[in-house]
Design a protein around this ligand. Structure first.
Ligand code: ADP
Ligand code: MG
Length: 313
């Protein structure tokens, strides 16, 4: 049964010149460009955990690749190849077709070739690995933040968490916010543009405070962010600031890039991200010490309530 499914997948994938041998043999053969380092990342999505069970196959396909591409974006890497492990409760060709609609739509946008994988029977689970290129020494790592750096974030924060909160409460979620949850946009161009400018970078998958916290611990520094500076989409801006803060500061699944850069690079950051058509906001600063502090507009440390999550209840 898996062979029919693999044939369906193989039929639809696009290839690239640097794929010497793709789907069909015991392993793929790939030719990286001379002098480049390979950036490799993998993420698994389990039904009911990483996406709501009601998510369409096409949205699952999109998201499975998007969360992986987001990791390459956060390294400043150029994506090239991916592999896909599919665990399916039954040999469901309709599911695979829908899944590929979403997966291949996104892979085509970034010229990523699906070069292999595995197909097994089991609880619905999707695991993708991505491979990209980055010039030696140019990758955006988590451990390069320095005291005095600005902290920046691309796009806007909180839509995905707000959409999830609405869904969980059985309320109707705004379409644009729901699209952020189901079809996140990996910030590939922005990540590449920031290589050589940013000191440190991470993608916001678990929530801004948590993810910036990872940068801080890897770099041995602290951070202070201003809640009032956190960017909100027009849809999210309809919620009063204190209501949306938990989604913006604590909610996950936004897949924006949070990065630090020296103050002397402010103009460069704005210039390269304008070229990459990526909105960006300066939201705080890296400090000596450790831990991330979020300040409210009065300058008081915010206690990080999870009120946003119960807003629809
Ligand atoms: P093997 O037993 O050697 O692992 P498989 O039957 O698992 O072979 O896979 C056959 C070929 O199909 C391999 O080239 C493998 O990479 C590819 N393949 C299997 N499942 C997938 C998938 N879900 N997506 C892409 N390629 C796949
Ligand atoms: Mg196999």
């Amino acid at each position: 049964m898996e062979f029919d499914l693999i044939a369906r997948i193989r039929q639809r994938v696009a290839t690239r010149d640097d794929v010497v041998l793709g789907i069909g043999d015991d392993a793929a053969l790939l030719q990286p460009p001379p002098g480049m380092q390979l950036a490799v990342s993998m993420d698994t999505l389990n039904a009911g955990v990483h996406f709501p069970s009601a998510t369409t196959p096409a949205d699952i396909g999109w998201k499975a690749l998007a969360v992986n591409l987001s990791d390459l974006a956060a390294m400043g890497a150029q994506p090239a190849w991916c592999t896909l492990s599919l665990s399916l409760p039954e040999a469901d060709a309709g599911f695979v077709d829908g899944f590929l609609d979403g997966f291949l739509a996104l892979s085509a946008q970034h010229g990523v070739a699906l070069v292999g994988g595995d197909t097994t029977r089991g609880p619905l689970s999707v695991c993708v690995a991505v491979h990209g290129f980055v010039a030696a020494g140019a990758a955006l790592r988590r451990d390069g933040a320095r005291s005095g750096d600005d902290v920046w974030v691309t796009g806007s924060l909180g839509d995905a968490a707000a959409a999830l909160a609405a869904m969980t409460a059985g309320a109707v979620s705004d379409r644009a916010m729901r699209a952020r949850l189901d079809r996140p946009t990996p910030r590939i161009e922005a990540g590449r543009a920031l290589a050589g400018i940013a000191h440190a970078c991470i993608d916001v998958s678990d929530g801004l405070l948590a993810d910036l916290g990872h940068v801080c611990s890897a770099s041995g520094v602290g951070a202070r962010i201003e809640l009032a500076a956190l960017p909100a989409s027009p849809a999210l801006a309809r919620f009063a600031a204190p209501v949306r803060w938990p989604w913006q500061a604590g909610g996950g699944d936004d897949y924006e890039l949070c990065f630090t850069a020296p103050q002397s690079a402010r103009e460069a950051v704005l210039r390269v991200l304008a070229t990459a058509s990526t909105p960006v906001s300066r939201i705080g600063a890296i400090t000596d010490g450790q831990g991330v502090i979020a300040l409210d507009p009065e300058g008081q440390p915010w206690r990080g309530t999870r009120a946003g999550y119960t807003h629809f209840a």
